[in-house]
Unconditional design. Structure first.
Length: 152
């Protein structure tokens, strides 16, 4: 059971952080270089429409498997500082995602639907900044997961 939970945990994390890395480091620069806002903003709205359901699955799997694994080890009292740090970062990332999903994302979709490109651009910029923070946190989590016992 431990290996199945850990596999699901790592797969969920890979989908989420890998998707953010691709969107932020490859898709965004390519879209900015080749598309005008009238094409770019609806593109990102649709990209998020497709990606965010997967993020919800990933968040639920990460939280569920992460805490299950911790409690299988006997609770937080029996795990190292690296596990505490990973759990804290994961919780912060989940809160940031939920904020994106429930605040700027619906505003982006509404602005794109109504043709309000300045507002859509403002909301996309908010999402981009928060995704950059989550991406940095996600990459830091990888460092903690791999080298945590050595550095903490």
């Amino acid at each position: 059971m431990h290996h199945l939970l850990l596999t699901l945990h790592i797969l969920a994390f890979t989908v989420w952080v890998g998707g953010m890395f691709f969107a932020h480091m490859a898709l965004r620069p390519a879209a900015q270089a080749t598309l005008e806002p009238a094409q770019r903003l609806p593109l990102f709205s649709k990209v998020f429409d497709g990606f965010f359901p997967w993020v919800w699955v990933a968040v639920l799997l990460l939280v569920g498997t992460g805490y299950w694994l911790i409690f299988r080890m006997g609770s937080f009292a029996n795990v190292g500082l690296n596990i505490h740090v990973m759990a804290l970062i994961g919780d912060v990332m989940a809160v940031i995602f939920m904020f994106i999903f429930f605040s700027p994302y619906p505003k982006l979709r509404a602005a794109v639907s109504s043709g309000d490109l300045p507002e859509a651009g403002k909301q996309l910029a908010r999402i981009r900044h928060m995704i950059a923070v989550n991406l940095a946190l996600g990459l830091a989590t990888i460092v903690v997961a791999v080298a945590g016992r050595l550095i903490l």
